[in-house]
Design a protein around this ligand. Sequence first.
Ligand SMILES: C[S@@+](CC[C@H](N)C(=O)[O-])C[C@H]1O[C@@H](n2cnc3c(N)ncnc32)[C@H](O)[C@@H]1O
Length: 128
Amino acid sequence: MLLVKTQLGPSPIHGIGIFANEFIAKGTVIWEFTPGFDVYVNPDEVQRLPAAAQVQMLKYCHRERETGQYVLCADDARFFNHSDQPNTYDLPGREGPTVAARDIQVGEELTCDYFTFDADVLDKLRGD
Ligand SMILES: C[S@@+](CC[C@H](N)C(=O)[O-])C[C@H]1O[C@@H](n2cnc3c(N)ncnc32)[C@H](O)[C@@H]1O
């Protein structure tokens, strides 16, 4: 779950993005997987969902490179957009945490590098 104050808004990158609502110092933990809140979903469960639900899952989940499992963030963390110059990164480990790569000012969009954690990155960035 998100551990800093954020808000959603229109993004210059794509659609809706997530923006800092407080100053976030470099190294601050921004997000971590929280059992009982964020959820893992097996690919076969996704396959059994109705088509419209699959579309939502494939857009808002990421698929772990190590396990192939989908990760569904239960809060606004599902609105992180990709950037080639992200201001966050994941520490090694299955469940993050995600930390600030540099100081982030109020109003800056929070971004991450999908290539580092999402097995479906090419599908995600193909456009919609
Ligand atoms: C987790 S959602 C992010 C929230 C999304 N912006 C929205 O409005 O719903 C992932 C989707 O956002 C889009 N996206 C994120 N970063 C992008 C980027 N750098 N370039 C193009 N599309 C991007 C892709 O369509 C991707 O499937």
